[in-house]
Design a protein around this ligand. Structure first.
Ligand code: MD3
Ligand code: FE
Length: 203
């Protein structure tokens, strides 16, 4: 079922369950070509979340800043192609939340192990803020913290479970958000990990 989290933010419970095996197979193949790595922030901190990407553009961070790049800085090669199953799931989820014709050109894959977290931030490296973001959660559950347009606004805690999909657009597109430190846990399909796929139209 669908749950409204905020203006233009919708949680689609279990939306990815029918594709769970295909999605995790795809993540494994992508990571074989573009391995998970811990990026460094412009401030010099190493992120606790391990990341890779697929699709025409990948999100990267280093001492010079955050940006989207067509090449994997680790190998110099283009990011692996976005598998059809991922592309179709993202478009279907967006459409189901009212955003038609969503064609992502970037899929950031975040891998959390116990203790890994994402501190409070906005997603503002994309060109067209009228395009939504679709996020797919797989494996170990996490607590997502959803705030407002200002860093200090109150936050709502939203548990995100295996198979959940969230679509953020419109008035929620620039909301602050974070992921609380992952509790040690095991999932039958991912072991100790939480995998999050974040689909964006970046270019
Ligand atoms: C709310 N990832 O990679 S996706 C990120 O679970 C990121 O790995 C989280 O935030 C994760 O930037 C959550 C959910 C998400 C993404 C974009 C948003 C929530 C958002 C943009 C606006 C508001
Ligand atoms: Fe984000």
């Amino acid at each position: 079922w669908q749950e409204r989290l905020a203006d233009d933010a919708v949680l689609l419970h279990g939306f990815a369950l029918a594709d769970q095996h295909a999605l995790l197979d795809a993540v494994e193949r992508i990571a074989a070509a573009a391995p998970f790595r811990h990026l460094v922030t412009p401030g010099g901190f190493t992120m606790s979340v391990a990341m890779t990407n697929c699709g025409p553009l990948g999100w990267v961070s280093d001492r010079r800043g955050y940006r989207y790049d067509a090449a994997d800085p680790l190998t110099g090669a283009p990011w692996p192609a976005m598998p059809d199953v991922l592309q179709r799931l993202a478009s279907a989820a967006a459409a189901s939340a009212g955003f038609t014709h969503f064609e992502p050109d970037a899929c950031l894959i975040n891998r959390y192990d116990a203790g890994a977290r994402l501190s409070l931030h906005q997603d503002r490296d994309e060109r067209d803020m009228t395009q939504p973001i679709v996020s797919v959660s797989l494996g170990v559950p996490a607590v997502f913290q959803f705030g407002g347009m200002q860093r200090n606004d109150a936050k709502v805690r939203v548990p995100l479970l295996h198979g959940d999909v969230v679509v953020w657009g419109g008035r929620s597109r620039l909301a602050y958000h974070a992921v609380a430190p992952l509790k040690p846990n095991v999932h039958p399909l991912t072991g100790p990990y939480r995998i999050n796929l974040t689909f964006r139209k970046a270019g």
